[in-house]
Design a protein around this ligand. Structure first.
Ligand SMILES: Nc1ncnc2c1ncn2[C@@H]1O[C@H](COP(=O)(O)OP(=O)(O)OP(=O)(O)O)[C@@H](O)[C@H]1O
Ligand SMILES: [Mg+2]
Ligand SMILES: [Zn+2]
Length: 633
């Protein structure tokens, strides 16, 4: 038997090696999971392609004729506006919802639903799915039952509906007895005191009283429709499975004659098939609005902090002369500052953010819509109800906090070949990161956005498509993104040595019980840190942009990770070693990275001044004669 002393000597060593091995196992697990996700998405893609191929080569004499699916002609029929309810629908669109026209597929979805069909509606986030059940609810006898996953989501909807005087209610844990009683009575009132009843799926599962009232309303013909929002939550294969959604099959079983509409922004065909089974819907029609907006040009530019507003001003004054646009910024303060900066440069710009008086906000909106001002410098608060066809540019002064947000914000651009440019700044990543620190998947979503910006070799649309789980063919971009337009304007480099050097800096700091922010790490690595660090650091000769790109790459790939520290006033972002950092100890491990070729800045600037009216990408295009290309590293 080991003596106590021997134990204290031997066990720590073994513990170390077990821990190291565990780390490796965890790493392998996470890599396998990543691989699984990729393979699954590839599988789905192949299945869909196969599905398409099979249906087009179906032999005519085959024993099982293909199921009649919803054809283009069918869709055309439902896009018409000569149904018996069309006049009322149009009037309510204008008078109640205060919208001038439908967005793609909204009319078809509403007509299908009004015709009593079961429907799955897949439409990108922010495109107006809610209208597709709210408007029919107003044009039908009785009320519509809406299932939504979150109380907060329901509250948002109720607030909005209240503001436009649509009677809607919810039954949840915080409803008082008196309210619940009144509400339940309303369900069987022929005069329907409300047109929409929102509940969470738990409520359906748990409240027998609710089910019995629904039954009664159904028998009286007052249950007009069932809407299941975020319908992908039914399926375990979806990205947001909620067990209570599994029980919603009861609705179609109990109320087979009530049309159901399921809504989601992201669902593959397999997920939808699963939802169909779970919800017990026989033959739903699926309408899918393509996420792709072919006329938008997507571009990412590096942000060199001080002159970002200058660059934006140049763009607005030259390329977008007299044309409307939006500049999205990170904070209310930024909105004020950037707007003032632009004004100083003789651009008609005004800020827009949540703390402004409602009357001021609508004044800015009005002035912009009527072209009295050219640019709105806005936080994300600027969004609701913007539908201006001639928005020529949407420039992001700061990256969005997720691809979903970016898609939605850049989507505010109009129909005439607008440019969507995002300025990708190193420091901004950490500002946003600390802002979303409390959100469940905040960091992951931000990382995806950062990866979108950092990407140099994949079509921007492809990146979004993958994110939204869409089938995508790279040719469809038509060179309408900077990556497609510039083809192979990047190089692949081995950065292992650099990675070791910069990881060593963070390691050194932590051995001295110090924490470094990403900016401090950059400085230290470039030899600008405090003297006590400089002795032990291998100072790099890389440029600032290169240094930043490498740190971002290491962060995205798990060699670094975020280390938050909270004070009563603010949250700090420090870098610490990530789960993969240990791999660098292995002499055989290597890291490669794809980087943009660096165009000599003065040359780029000169040519961008010349290409008035051309697309931004042309300014640093190889074709435009900029030959001074210096490769990175
Ligand atoms: N036809 C239209 N014209 C202009 N704006 C519209 C139209 N239809 C809807 N909108 C606006 O679009 C915004 C987003 O709508 P909605 O909340 O229904 O999106 P959604 O598709 O449900 O997105 P998510 O997937 O994020 O839930 C709302 O501000 C709504 O007023
Ligand atoms: Mg919605
Ligand atoms: Zn592209």
């Amino acid at each position: 038997r080991l003596s106590a002393v021997e134990k204290t000597l031997i066990i720590p060593t073994e513990l170390d090696s077990v821990e190291a091995e565990l780390e490796m196992v965890e790493l392998q697990i996470s890599e396998l999971l990543e691989k699984q996700t990729k393979l699954n998405s590839r599988k789905n893609k192949l299945l869909q392609i196969l599905e398409g191929a099979c249906s087009s080569v179906q032999p005519s004499g085959s024993s099982k004729p293909p199921k009649p699916s919803f054809s283009k002609q069918d869709l055309q029929h439902y896009e018409e506006s000569d149904f018996s309810w069309s006049k009322e629908v149009q009037a309510k669109l204008c008078n109640v919802f205060q919208l001038s026209k439908f967005r793609p597929l909204q009319r078809a979805a509403i007509n299908l639903s009004m015709s009593g069909k079961d429907l799955f509606l897949v439409m990108p986030t922010g495109r107006g799915k809610s209208l597709c059940y709210q408007l029919p609810a107003l044009c039908s006898k009785g009320f519509t039952l809406v299932i939504a996953p979150l109380v907060s989501l329901v509250e948002d909807q109720l607030m909005y509906l209240k503001s436009i005087n649509v009677p809607a209610v919810t039954l949840n844990a915080s409803s008082t007895k008196e309210d619940s009683k009144q509400l339940l009575a309303g369900m069987t009132d022929k005069n329907s005191p409300f047109k929409l009843l929102y509940v969470t799926p738990e409520k359906i599962a748990k409240s027998k009283l609710l089910m019995s009232k629904l039954e009664k309303a159904y028998n009286m013909g007052l249950l007009a429709r069932i809407a299941v929002d975020e319908v992908h939550c039914c399926s375990q294969w979806g990205h947001d499975f909620r067990p209570d959604y599994k029980l919603l099959g009861i609705l179609k079983r109990q109320f087979p004659k009530v049309p159901l509409v399921g809504l989601t922004a992201t669902a593959t065909s397999n997920v939808l098939k699963d939802c169909q089974k779970i919800l017990c819907v026989q033959e739903p029609i699926t309408l899918t609005a393509p996420f792709n907006r072919p006329n938008l040009y997507y571009e990412v530019r590096f942000k060199h902090n001080e002159d970002c507003t200058h660059q934006i001003a140049e763009l607005i004054r030259e390329r977008y002369k007299n044309q409307s646009g939006i500049v999205y910024v990170f904070s209310q303060k930024d909105a004020e500052v950037v707007a003032t900066d632009l004004q100083k440069r003789n651009i008609l710009a005004q800020p827009y953010h949540a703390s402004m008086e409602p009357s001021d906000k609508s004044l800015v909106h009005q002035r912009w819509s009527s072209k009295k001002i050219q640019v709105v410098v806005a936080t994300v608060a600027f969004g609701m109800g913007i539908d201006k066809a001639d928005v020529r540019f949407v420039i992001h002064h700061t990256i969005s906090k997720s691809i979903e947000n970016y898609y939605q914000e850049s989507g505010r651009a109009g129909r005439h070949h607008p440019d969507c440019i995002v300025f990708f700044g190193f420091a901004d990543i950490f500002r946003i990161s600390t802002m979303v620190v409390m959100e469940n998947t905040g960091q992951q979503k931000l990382q995806n956005m950062v990866a979108y910006c950092q990407n140099v070799d994949r079509c921007r649309r492809a990146m979004m498509a993958i994110h939204f789980d869409e089938v995508w063919n790279d040719d469809e971009c038509n060179q309408m993104c900077d990556v497609c337009r510039h083809g192979n304007d990047y190089i692949t480099t081995d950065i292992t040595k650099h990675a070791r050097d910069v990881v060593a800096i963070v390691e050194m700091a932590s051995s001295m019980d110090e924490k470094l922010t990403p900016l401090k790490v950059c400085d230290a690595w470039m030899g600008k840190g405090p003297a006590k660090h400089r002795k032990t650091i291998k100072v790099t000769s890389l440029s600032r942009v290169e240094v930043e790109s490498i740190i971002i790459h290491l962060l995205l790939h798990g060699y670094f990770s975020e280390d938050f520290s909270f004070t009563p006033y603010t949250t700090h972002f420090y870098l610490k070693l990530g789960r993969k950092a240990a791999l660098l100890k292995n002499g055989n491990h290597s890291i490669t990275m794809k980087m943009r070729r660096k165009v000599s800045e003065s040359a780029a600037e000169k040519s961008s001044a010349k290409v008035k009216g051309k697309r931004p990408a042309d300014s640093d295009d190889r074709k435009s004669g900029v030959k001074k290309v210096k490769t990175l590293l």
